[in-house]
Ligand binder design. Structure first.
Ligand code: S3P
Length: 167
Protein backbone atom coordinates (compact mmCIF):
# COMPACT_ATOMS: atom_id res chain seq x y z
CA UNK A 1 0.00 0.00 0.00
CA UNK A 2 1.35 3.42 -0.96
CA UNK A 3 1.14 6.47 1.28
CA UNK A 4 0.54 9.69 -0.65
CA UNK A 5 1.11 13.15 0.81
CA UNK A 6 -1.02 16.00 -0.46
CA UNK A 7 -1.39 19.62 0.59
CA UNK A 8 -0.50 23.19 -0.23
CA UNK A 9 2.96 24.26 -1.40
CA UNK A 10 5.23 24.60 1.61
CA UNK A 11 3.20 22.31 3.90
CA UNK A 12 6.15 19.91 4.15
CA UNK A 13 5.16 17.09 1.78
CA UNK A 14 8.68 16.49 0.48
CA UNK A 15 10.58 16.67 3.78
CA UNK A 16 7.97 14.65 5.66
CA UNK A 17 7.71 12.21 2.75
CA UNK A 18 11.44 11.59 2.70
CA UNK A 19 11.53 10.94 6.46
CA UNK A 20 8.42 8.76 6.35
CA UNK A 21 9.84 6.65 3.53
CA UNK A 22 13.00 6.15 5.56
CA UNK A 23 11.00 5.13 8.64
CA UNK A 24 8.93 2.67 6.60
CA UNK A 25 11.98 1.52 4.63
CA UNK A 26 10.34 2.09 1.25
CA UNK A 27 11.31 4.32 -1.70
CA UNK A 28 10.29 7.98 -1.78
CA UNK A 29 8.89 9.50 -4.96
CA UNK A 30 8.13 13.17 -5.56
CA UNK A 31 5.96 13.78 -8.64
CA UNK A 32 7.62 17.16 -9.27
CA UNK A 33 11.07 15.54 -9.27
CA UNK A 34 9.83 12.76 -11.56
CA UNK A 35 8.47 15.29 -14.01
CA UNK A 36 11.69 17.29 -13.91
CA UNK A 37 13.92 14.28 -14.47
CA UNK A 38 11.56 12.84 -17.11
CA UNK A 39 11.48 16.04 -19.14
CA UNK A 40 14.97 17.27 -18.31
CA UNK A 41 13.46 20.65 -17.44
CA UNK A 42 12.68 22.44 -14.21
CA UNK A 43 9.03 23.14 -13.41
CA UNK A 44 9.25 26.90 -13.86
CA UNK A 45 10.62 26.34 -17.39
CA UNK A 46 7.83 23.87 -18.22
CA UNK A 47 5.23 26.43 -17.09
CA UNK A 48 6.92 29.24 -19.00
CA UNK A 49 7.53 27.32 -22.22
CA UNK A 50 4.44 25.10 -22.40
CA UNK A 51 1.93 26.48 -19.90
CA UNK A 52 0.16 25.16 -16.82
CA UNK A 53 -2.18 22.76 -18.56
CA UNK A 54 0.75 20.96 -20.21
CA UNK A 55 2.31 20.58 -16.74
CA UNK A 56 -1.00 19.23 -15.39
CA UNK A 57 -1.00 16.61 -18.17
CA UNK A 58 2.47 15.56 -17.05
CA UNK A 59 1.17 15.17 -13.48
CA UNK A 60 -1.64 12.88 -14.68
CA UNK A 61 0.84 10.85 -16.71
CA UNK A 62 3.13 10.56 -13.65
CA UNK A 63 0.24 9.21 -11.54
CA UNK A 64 -0.63 6.64 -14.21
CA UNK A 65 2.99 5.55 -14.31
CA UNK A 66 3.07 5.19 -10.50
CA UNK A 67 -0.08 3.06 -10.61
CA UNK A 68 1.80 0.56 -12.73
CA UNK A 69 4.55 0.19 -10.12
CA UNK A 70 4.00 -2.65 -7.70
CA UNK A 71 6.46 -1.82 -4.92
CA UNK A 72 4.98 0.14 -1.95
CA UNK A 73 6.19 3.75 -1.80
CA UNK A 74 5.74 7.09 -0.11
CA UNK A 75 4.69 9.62 -2.74
CA UNK A 76 4.61 13.42 -2.41
CA UNK A 77 2.53 15.11 -5.09
CA UNK A 78 2.55 18.73 -6.28
CA UNK A 79 0.17 21.05 -4.44
CA UNK A 80 -2.07 21.49 -7.47
CA UNK A 81 -2.26 17.86 -8.53
CA UNK A 82 -5.49 16.94 -6.68
CA UNK A 83 -7.36 19.80 -8.37
CA UNK A 84 -8.04 17.67 -11.46
CA UNK A 85 -10.89 15.24 -10.90
CA UNK A 86 -9.11 12.55 -12.92
CA UNK A 87 -6.09 12.87 -10.64
CA UNK A 88 -8.26 12.50 -7.53
CA UNK A 89 -9.62 9.25 -8.93
CA UNK A 90 -6.10 8.02 -9.66
CA UNK A 91 -5.00 8.99 -6.13
CA UNK A 92 -7.81 6.89 -4.65
CA UNK A 93 -6.53 3.87 -6.55
CA UNK A 94 -2.94 4.58 -5.64
CA UNK A 95 -3.16 4.29 -1.84
CA UNK A 96 -3.83 6.09 1.42
CA UNK A 97 -3.81 9.85 1.12
CA UNK A 98 -2.55 12.07 3.92
CA UNK A 99 -3.35 15.79 3.82
CA UNK A 100 -0.70 17.89 5.57
CA UNK A 101 -2.01 21.25 6.71
CA UNK A 102 -0.20 24.40 7.81
CA UNK A 103 -1.38 27.82 8.96
CA UNK A 104 -1.13 30.65 6.43
CA UNK A 105 1.61 32.31 8.54
CA UNK A 106 3.65 29.10 8.47
CA UNK A 107 3.25 28.84 4.69
CA UNK A 108 4.26 32.47 4.23
CA UNK A 109 7.39 31.88 6.31
CA UNK A 110 8.34 28.85 4.23
CA UNK A 111 7.46 30.25 0.81
CA UNK A 112 8.75 33.81 1.09
CA UNK A 113 11.43 34.49 -1.50
CA UNK A 114 10.60 31.31 -3.43
CA UNK A 115 11.11 31.72 -7.14
CA UNK A 116 10.75 28.06 -8.18
CA UNK A 117 6.95 27.95 -7.87
CA UNK A 118 5.15 29.58 -10.81
CA UNK A 119 1.76 29.42 -9.07
CA UNK A 120 3.02 31.96 -6.52
CA UNK A 121 4.41 34.39 -9.07
CA UNK A 122 2.80 37.78 -9.56
CA UNK A 123 0.96 39.42 -6.71
CA UNK A 124 1.36 39.53 -3.00
CA UNK A 125 2.31 36.17 -1.43
CA UNK A 126 -0.33 36.15 1.32
CA UNK A 127 -3.07 36.94 -1.16
CA UNK A 128 -1.88 34.26 -3.60
CA UNK A 129 -1.91 31.70 -0.80
CA UNK A 130 -5.36 32.74 0.44
CA UNK A 131 -6.84 32.72 -3.06
CA UNK A 132 -5.41 29.32 -3.97
CA UNK A 133 -6.31 27.82 -0.57
CA UNK A 134 -9.88 29.10 -0.91
CA UNK A 135 -10.11 27.19 -4.19
CA UNK A 136 -8.25 24.10 -3.04
CA UNK A 137 -9.00 23.60 0.66
CA UNK A 138 -12.22 21.68 0.03
CA UNK A 139 -10.54 19.57 -2.64
CA UNK A 140 -7.75 18.52 -0.27
CA UNK A 141 -10.34 17.64 2.40
CA UNK A 142 -12.38 15.63 -0.05
CA UNK A 143 -9.35 13.72 -1.34
CA UNK A 144 -7.75 12.91 2.01
CA UNK A 145 -8.14 9.74 4.04
CA UNK A 146 -6.18 11.31 6.89
CA UNK A 147 -5.68 14.99 7.78
CA UNK A 148 -2.78 16.14 9.91
CA UNK A 149 -1.58 19.54 11.08
CA UNK A 150 2.15 20.22 10.77
CA UNK A 151 2.21 23.51 12.70
CA UNK A 152 4.86 23.68 15.40
CA UNK A 153 5.75 20.01 14.97
CA UNK A 154 9.13 18.48 14.23
CA UNK A 155 9.32 16.19 11.19
CA UNK A 156 9.93 13.19 13.47
CA UNK A 157 6.65 13.84 15.31
CA UNK A 158 4.68 14.21 12.07
CA UNK A 159 6.15 10.93 10.80
CA UNK A 160 5.15 9.17 14.04
CA UNK A 161 1.63 10.55 13.79
CA UNK A 162 1.28 9.32 10.20
CA UNK A 163 2.61 5.89 11.16
CA UNK A 164 0.06 5.67 14.00
CA UNK A 165 -2.76 6.68 11.66
CA UNK A 166 -1.95 4.23 8.91
CA UNK A 167 -1.26 1.31 11.23
C1 S3P B 1 2.14 23.59 -7.64
C2 S3P B 1 2.92 23.07 -6.63
C3 S3P B 1 4.31 22.64 -6.81
C4 S3P B 1 4.55 22.25 -8.27
C5 S3P B 1 4.11 23.33 -9.20
C6 S3P B 1 2.63 23.69 -9.04
C7 S3P B 1 0.75 24.03 -7.33
O1 S3P B 1 4.63 21.56 -5.96
O2 S3P B 1 3.89 21.06 -8.56
O3 S3P B 1 4.91 24.47 -8.95
O4 S3P B 1 -0.04 24.23 -8.26
O5 S3P B 1 0.41 24.14 -6.12
P1 S3P B 1 4.83 21.70 -4.36
O6 S3P B 1 3.47 21.62 -3.73
O7 S3P B 1 5.67 20.53 -4.01
O8 S3P B 1 5.50 22.99 -4.11
Amino acid sequence: MNVILIGFMGCGKSSVGRALAKALDVPFVDTDERIESGTGRIISDIFREDGESFFRDLETAALKELLREKEPMVIAVGGGLPVRRENRELLKKLGTTVYLTAETETLIGRLRGDSARPMLAGGELRQRILTLMAARGGIYEETADIKLSTDGKKIKKIVEEIQNEIR
